[in-house]
Design a protein around this ligand. Structure first.
Ligand SMILES: [Zn+2]
Ligand SMILES: [Zn+2]
Length: 259
């Protein structure tokens, strides 16, 4: 198994990080991609503790669209902050999460777009894949990915919640699709269809811990060990077993993030 996206360097895990990592190991996780917010000093610091406790960890570092407003006066500075953080973290293997979030609109959309574009340019300079967060912003997300030639580096649409048409667009530009615990929710019928159509060599699985705990842990803090539930659900939908989903996701992780 792998967890392609988790936030275990966040404050929710400060108190019991070692126990969380032990449970992840016991669940058979071979790799985890831990997201670090480049503008969050305490998260970056806790990331060092995560790396010290779990050698299977690799990092993705970026400025989340929610935080883009901090760089309204100088969007290029967002990429400079990320560049410095990546330079200081030898286990960085991706740039993100980056993208657009028009659901919350915590930052003006124009600023989100500029900060997103600057970071894709940085990813190309550094030859790192990108981890995309997009919510209610499909058209602008694909437009900017195209304008900035993101397919040169590729990456993943994390916590994918789009429909089959959007999944095909993401696949058409060479990206991977990562499914989170939402796929276990009974009413996520369209997402279950997406889970059936993603080619096995483009599929990733994630928890997005501490968010989005899968059934039967809904409403509780999520953690990487629960990625097994995501794999089990996808396996049921595809008529296979959880181990083969986990194995495929692991191979895809290794090819994309070069751990
Ligand atoms: Zn996200
Ligand atoms: Zn996330």
């Amino acid at each position: 198994m792998i967890d392609s996206h988790c936030h275990i360097a966040g404050p929710e895990f400060a108190g019991d990080l070692i126990a969380v990592i032990e449970r992840a190991r016991a669940a058979g996780l071979a790799h985890a991609l831990v997201i670090l917010a480049a503008d969050d000093e305490s998260e970056v610091e806790q990331g060092r503790a995560v790396a010290a406790a779990w050698d299977a960890v690799r990092f993705s570092i970026g400025i989340h669209p929610h935080a883009a407003g901090k760089f309204a006066a100088d969007p290029a500075a967002a990429a400079q902050v990320v560049d410095a953080r990546i330079g200081a973290q030898p286990l960085a293997r991706a740039l993100g999460e980056i993208g657009l979030d028009y659901h919350y609109d915590f930052a003006p959309r124009e600023v989100q777009q500029q900060v997103f574009g600057e970071q894709i340019r940085l990813a190309r300079r550094r030859r790192l894949p990108v981890v995309i967060h997009t919510r209610e912003a499909d058209e602008d997300t694909f437009r900017i990915l195209g304008e900035e030639s993101a397919r040169e580096v590729g990456g993943v649409f994390h916590c994918f919640t789009g429909d089959r048409a959007m999944a095909r667009r993401a696949l058409d530009i060479g990206f991977h699709i990562s499914l989170a615990g939402i796929v276990t929710f009974p009413r996520a019928l369209e997402l279950k269809e997406v889970a059936k159509l993603v080619p096995i060599d483009r599929l990733l699985i994630e928890t997005d811990s501490p968010f989005l705990a899968p059934v039967p842990y809904r409403g509780k803090r999520n953690e990487p060990a629960h990625v097994v539930r995501v794999a089990e659900t996808i396996a049921e939908l595809r008529g296979t077993d959880a181990q083969s989903i986990g194995d495929a996701a692991r191979r895809n992780f290794e090819r994309l993030f070069n751990p």
